[in-house]
Structure formats: structure tokens, C-alpha cells
Design a protein around this ligand. Structure first.
Ligand code: MN
Ligand code: MN
Length: 333
């Protein structure tokens, strides 16, 4: 990097970082993700490297709705997160210029229209090389994001969830639901199934088709029983090997957590991760070439005392650390 480019980057890092709780109290002001500056998405390319984005849409939820209110609750809860990761030493805002790019303008009563609007929102960001970190919304939102980020070269995937979300269709032929995004993304050619790994899958199923389809395509499914038998470090090591060095996406469904830690979600499954296990799993995924990530399915109306939004905000910070480390590595390359 030239001296001038270096100065410009330093300036951006100084500008696009959270408001410190030592300067203004954390409970004051308008709530943005991580207390970051709010920036219009069209102003983001060239200014910031990571954009935090809300997608307040839950119109393809099959059971209990409420995730449309997830971005607002996670913004609020995320005002408590600080600037330094005590465990990994990562200081994400020293590594990447970050801003809250607001919410995608969804249509709450039209999934197909929302699908188009999400892709249109992300496409210019992806073309500019900006790394999006999104908060849903139900899990359907990952599909249009992946179409924008995976255009031209299929991505690998780390998918942490109780559910495989590789159903074909639900409720008499609906193909866009929160139970189908990863099947659609493989069909669209934006995910390479042999570089996809799903971790924490569990619970009763309607039929085996979903799992069989995924396995037949080469998706590696690590069910929760296997996680328990082998332990997190070994599972994380295998996940990194499956995804490899090429560009990849990370998708975290909050229902991967046990309902004791995340009751506020539409399709809870018992026997899930503790929040501590989830942190350890994410920290073991450092070094992947992540081009984006999302955290989905936080449903505040079903929450108890904000515990799910709090878990979501903490995991969001952990994921942001992974992304920031990659942005810095790319900037230095
Ligand atoms: Mn899901
Ligand atoms: Mn799920």
C-alpha cells in the first residue's frame, strides 16, 4: 500500500468506528449496530469495508413469526458490546472501517419482491468488495444475499443451525421459505455443496428427504450428536478443511443455541449449543476467507427478558471479529 492509501485507510478507521461508552453513555443516543456511525448504503463503497445491515423480514417463517423485529432488538442489545475481544485479542474496529448501513427496504407481505430487493441491495456492495454482516429476519434472507455475493464464483459455507434448511418446498409448493435457502443457493450455483458444512443439526424432521438431498450433493452435515462425541475443536478443524482457502460465507441461525439460551426464536429445538460453546466454535473458525456473514431468526416477541437478542449481539461481535481479521489480511496483501 502507498503512503497516501495508508493515510486514507487510517482516516477511515478513525471515522468509522463505534462511539465509545467512555465518551457518551452506552444507553444514550439512537441505537445503531455496535454504536457505529449510520451510513447510506450508496455511500458505503470506498468508505467502509464492513457494513452491518438489518433485514426485518419474517414473511417466510413456517411456524412462529417475530424475526422481523430482530434487527431492531439486536441493534439495541449490541450497544453494550465494546471494542476489544478479550479472548482472541482482535480489535475489529482497528482492522476494518465499519458502519451500520440501515435496513433493506423489504416488502412485509411479498416474499418474491423482498427476494429481489435484497439481492438488489447487496449487489453493488458485493461488486465493491464490501463485506456485509447481516441481521435477519428469517433464514430465507440468506438466499438473495448469497446470489449477490456468490455471483461468478460459488462460495463455501459454514452454516450453524438446528436445521439443515435444504427442504425443496413447503406448504404446497412454496419454494422460498426459511426452510429452503441453502437448497435454492446450491441450485442457483452460488454455493459449492462440497465446500459446505452444517453444524449443530438436530431435532425431529418431517421426512429424511431434506438431509438425504444435502448429503447426496456432498454437503457435510455434523449433527449435534457428532459434535458432542468428537468435541468442538475437532469439528471446527474439519469444518475449516471442508471449506478450504477459497471465499466462503458464514450463516448463524440463533436456534443453533439451546432454547435455554435463545428462547426468542420461531423454531426452537432442545439439545442445542450453550452460548459459551457457540463462542468457542466461532473462535475456532479464524482464518477462513469470509466474504460475508449473517445472524438470523432472533424473534423478540418470543424472547424472555431480551436474552436471545443479547446472545445474538454477542455472537454478532464474535463474527465481526472474524470478518475484520480477514479484511485486514486482504488490505495487507
Ligand atoms: Mn435456519
Ligand atoms: Mn433453524
Amino acid at each position: 500500500m502507498t503512503a497516501n492509501a495508508d493515510d486514507a485507510r487510517r482516516e477511515r478507521l478513525a471515522r468509522f468506528r463505534p462511539a465509545s461508552g467512555m465518551e457518551t453513555p452506552r444507553f444514550s443516543g439512537l441505537a445503531s449496530f455496535m454504536r457505529l456511525p449510520v451510513l447510506a448504503p450508496e455511500a458505503a463503497p470506498g468508505a467502509v469495508e464492513i457494513g452491518l445491515i438489518g433485514i426485518p423480514f419474517d414473511g417466510t417463517t413456517t411456524n412462529r413469526p417475530g424475526a422481523r423485529l430482530g434487527p431492531r432488538a439486536v441493534r439495541e442489545a449490541s450497544t453494550g458490546t465494546r471494542a476489544l475481544n478479550h479472548a482472541t485479542g482482535i480489535a475489529p474496529y482497528a482492522l476494518a472501517a465499519c458502519a451500520d448501513l440501515g435496513d433493506v427496504p423489504v416488502n412485509p407481505v411479498d416474499a418474491a419482491e423482498t427476494d429481489r430487493r435484497i439481492e438488489a441491495f447487496y449487489r453493488p456492495l458485493a461488486e465493491a468488495g464490501l463485506v456485509p454482516l447481516s441481521v435477519g429476519g428469517d433464514h430465507f434472507v440468506s438466499f438473495p444475499i448469497l446470489r449477490a455475493l456468490g455471483a461468478g464464483r460459488p462460495l463455501g459455507l459454514i452454516h450453524i443451525d438446528a436445521h439443515s434448511d435444504t427442504d425443496d418446498s413447503q406448504y404446497g409448493g412454496s419454494r422460498l421459505t426459511h426452510g429452503t435457502p441453502f437448497r435454492r443457493a446450491v441450485e442457483a450455483g452460488v454455493l459449492d455443496p462440497r465446500r459446505c458444512v452444517q453444524i449443530g443439526i438436530r431435532g425431529s424432521m418431517d421426512a429424511a428427504d431434506e438431509r438425504d438431498w444435502a448429503k447426496d450433493r456432498g454437503i457435510r452435515i455434523v449433527e449435534m450428536e457428532e459434535v458432542c462425541a468428537r468435541g468442538l475443536p475437532e469439528v471446527a478443524a474439519e469444518a475449516r478443511a471442508v471449506v478450504g482457502d477459497a471465499p466462503a460465507y458464514l450463516s448463524f441461525d440463533i436456534d443453533a443455541l439451546d432454547p435455554a439460551f435463545a428462547p426468542g426464536t420461531g423454531t426452537p429445538e432442545i439439545g442445542g449449543f450453550t452460548t459459551r460453546e457457540a463462542l468457542h466454535l466461532l473462535r475456532a473458525l479464524r482464518g477462513l476467507d469470509l466474504v460475508g456473514a449473517d445472524l438470523v431468526e432472533v424473534a423478540p416477541p418470543l424472547d424472555a427478558g431480551g436474552v436471545t437478542a443479547l446472545a445474538g449481539a454477542g455472537l454478532l461481535f464474535e463474527i465481526l471479529c472474524l470478518l475484520a481479521e480477514r479484511v485486514a489480511a486482504r488490505a495487507a496483501a
